[in-house]
Design a protein around this ligand. Structure first.
Ligand code: G1P
Length: 281
């Protein structure tokens, strides 16, 4: 079974970016000239995924509109040099379908994923948390690397990276049995532990491949850390069957949910992508 679907939980409020996100979805903040969420969709398309499924919420309509025709604007610039600015997004739209459902109440990432069941069905699927901007210039993107691993192991896979001690309490943290330098079979997982209780310094970042049995597990997952239904807790349950892998990906990752990470991503994309595209024109 080839993975075709990618779930984007985008219902979160983006409080760390207030006031910018008071009336605008955080996923629409531009990193140079593209909204954050478009980078995520591009990464999914590069990995061969074609069905983009969004878990949205109130106040997120700009995302739906972004992946649709903007009739008046496009009519206005048709035949002018400005049309070139839309080439990338038009190509994305031609290669993909977009479906949307709303998460009516914010009850955690696990709950958001469960809201996506009707869009995903009984297939394995990818998850992209768009706040985590992943780039790997000149090499496979992070999701491409993970889809290749899935084709080999047919298990759920979480992307991980080493983080400094003072950052550990922001992430899901894994413990695992090393299969290779960059791959672990997960034996334990804790959501946002204190550094002194964390099983390792290997933090989960926002890229997952999930097998669809996760939905049944999520349905029975009780609220955990911060009273939310945690994907981490459901993955720990799934890991009891030995079929959750953790993969140390190749590439850069920016935490665009924080102002600091967002500015770093902007500088990186300006230097390494935007300026290069301008000189190649
Ligand atoms: C979520 C997950 C956490 C993961 C993180 C990656 O947390 O719950 O396990 O490490 O994404 O960005 P959030 O950042 O949404 O609080």
């Amino acid at each position: 079974m080839k993975i075709k679907k990618c779930l984007f939980p985008v219902a979160g409020y983006g409080t760390r970016f207030l006031p910018a996100t008071k009336s605008m979805p955080k996923e629409m903040l531009p990193v140079v000239n593209k909204p954050i969420v478009q980078y995520g969709v591009e990464e999914a398309v590069e990995a061969g995924l074609t069905d983009m499924a969004f878990i949205t919420g109130r106040g997120k309509r700009a995302i739906t509109d972004h992946f649709d025709i903007s009739y008046e604007l496009e009519n206005e610039i048709a035949g002018t040099s400005k049309e070139a600015y839309l080439t990338g997004i038009r190509e994305l739209m031609n290669k993909t379908t977009f479906t949307y459902t709303r998460q009516k109440q914010m009850m955690g990432l696990g709950h958001a994923i469960l809201c996506g069941e009707s869009l995903i069905g009984n297939d394995p699927f990818a998850v992209v948390l768009a706040d985590d901007l992943c780039l790997n210039e000149g090499d496979d993107g992070v999701l491409t690397q993970m889809v290749k691993l899935y084709n080999q192991f047919r298990c759920s896979i979480v992307a991980i990276m080493e983080v400094p001690e003072d950052q550990i309490n922001k992430y899901g943290v894994i413990e695992g049995e090393a299969l290779r330098d960059d791959l672990y079979r997960v034996t334990n997982m804790v959501e946002k532990p204190n550094a002194d209780e964390a099983p390792s310094n290997l933090a989960v970042i926002g890229r997952y491949i999930l097998t669809p049995d996760i939905f049944d597990i999520l349905r029975n997952t009780k609220p955990g850390k911060n009273g939310e239904i945690q994907l981490t807790d459901a993955l720990l349950e799934q890991a009891k069957n030995g079929c959750v892998m953790a993969y140390k990906f190749r590439g850069q990752r920016f935490d665009c949910g924080s102002v600091e990470g967002f500015v770093k991503a902007t500088n990186y994309c300006f230097e390494n992508i935007y300026l290069k595209e301008q000189t190649n024109k």
